[in-house]
Design a protein around this ligand. Structure first.
Ligand code: NAP
Ligand code: F7E
Length: 341
């Protein structure tokens, strides 16, 4: 039987690497779509053994904001599945670069959708939508029916593509799905995101390679899962008879402070807190040394305070079964950091 071809944008990112590995395991021919960089930045792919071109794995250049790049790649390969994971994905940066963020996260997605509509209408399309689109709703648990009220340029840009993805499904009958994914982490998580920053810093502090961990708002709640589980859900969405949108989350939520406490416990560090607001500190109870400080620069102009997703639809319709919980996610990230540093 002829192998299915899948294109994955954002292939150098956290999810891209895990998804490509999964698709290759499922016997796809995979094209890793990457943008030009002055340095080779495919270390995540390399660490999964994906360095060289093989009969099933190749690389292609794509800059999402360049329509011709999207159109040429899609019209040439006419893939069975197109996973759009590329984005300016850091919420804080979106406040400093709102126009760039919108170009990539909104118009870039429209470039892909238009290319599929015009040149390969049988291609199934996955859009990496996000729980950030909810903002701060009244509901304490969010599902596919919860109203969106985005409060960052990132979230607004993603809401545009969410609606476009839905529109191309409804207006042109294309197979287009939105995965509304809540925060997901892994040893591949970028250094600037809070989970990786906490774990990497605690490991370095433990090994006397760093003095302090500087954080922003400790009181926001996040629903954190493992990226490996979440790429399974992406693939499952694309195998359904009918395209639809799905929330992917754990259903549990914890504060940033909880995440620090659980990570330090795993690393056998004893941290206690004192003070409040900008004056709060975390200190090592054995040495009395201050190791965590709050710094205003890590606060955002507007904050999503509480995220907790209801994955009932995905569990029922996709039979999605995540394997990790918060503690096994933390263990995986800590073990990787301990080995690295
Ligand atoms: P990530 O690690 O930041 O990866 C983003 C990828 O997009 C990188 O490969 C990056 O390439 C690429 N990219 C950025 N701008 C591009 C452009 N103009 N043209 C082509 N490629 C571009 O993100 P992630 O955590 O894997 O997330 C994957 C997707 O899911 C993103 O769309 C993100 O917004 C969304 N999402 C993530 C989460 C989460 O918790 N991780 C939750 C919900 C939704 P470079 O390496 O060259 O920079
Ligand atoms: O922040 C707080 C911060 O940057 C989480 C992206 O993948 O998930 C991610 O977005 C929370 C926020 O992720 C620091 O204020 C405190 O409340 O790890 P984060 P995010 O903004 O939730 C969503 C679903 C996506 O779609 C995004 O692409 O942690 N926080 N102190 C801090 N955050 C950071 N980064 N650094 C701090 O020092």
């Amino acid at each position: 039987m002829k192998k299915k071809v899948a294109i994955v944008t954002g292939a150098s990112g956290q999810d891209g690497a895990y998804l490509i590995k999964l698709l290759l395991k499922k016997n796809y021919k995979v094209v890793a779509a990457l943008r030009r960089n002055s340095n080779i930045n495919t270390s995540r792919l390399t660490s999964l053994g994906l360095e060289h071109v093989t009969s099933n794995f190749s690389k292609a250049e794509i800059e999402l904001t360049e329509f011709t790049n999207c159109a040429n790649l899609i019209s040439k390969l006419k893939p069975s599945e197109f996973y759009n994971l590329a984005a300016q994905s850091f919420v804080k940066t979106s406040f400093d670069q709102p126009i760039y963020t919108t170009h990539v996260n909104s118009l870039g997605v429209l470039n892909c959708l238009e290319s599929i509509r015009n040149f390969s209408p049988k291609t199934k399309f996955y859009q990496a939508s996000t729980s950030e689109m909810y903002g701060n709703p009244i509901n304490k648990i969010m599902n596919e029916k919860t109203e969106f009220a985005p409060i960052s340029p990132y979230a607004v840009s993603k809401l545009y593509s969410y609606h476009m993805t839905k529109l191309y499904r409804q207006a042109y009958n294309l197979f287009c799905v939105n995965g509304i994914l809540f925060n997901h982490e892994s040893p591949f998580r970028g250094q600037e995101f809070v989970t990786q920053k906490i774990i990497t810093s605690l490991v370095k502090i433990k090994k006397n390679k760093q003095k302090f961990l500087l954080l922003g708002n400790l009181d926001s709640y996040r629903d954190w899962g493992h990226a490996k589980d979440y790429v399974d859900a992406m693939w499952l969405m694309m195998q359904q008879k009918k395209p639809s949108d799905y929330v992917i989350s754990t259903g549990k939520t914890y504060t940033i402070r909880d995440f620090v406490n659980r990570s330090s416990k795993y690393l056998k560090m004893n941290i206690a807190w004192k003070g409040s607001g900008l004056n709060e500190i975390g200190y090592d109870t054995r040495t009395n040394k201050e190791i965590i400080k709050i710094n205003k620069q890590f606060y955002r102009p507007a904050e999503v305070n509480y995220l907790r997703g209801d994955p009932t639809k995905a569990k029922k319709e996709l039979k999605w079964r995540p394997k990790y919980n918060l503690d096994s996610l933390i263990a995986d990230m800590c073990d990787a950091a301990l080995e690295k540093y």
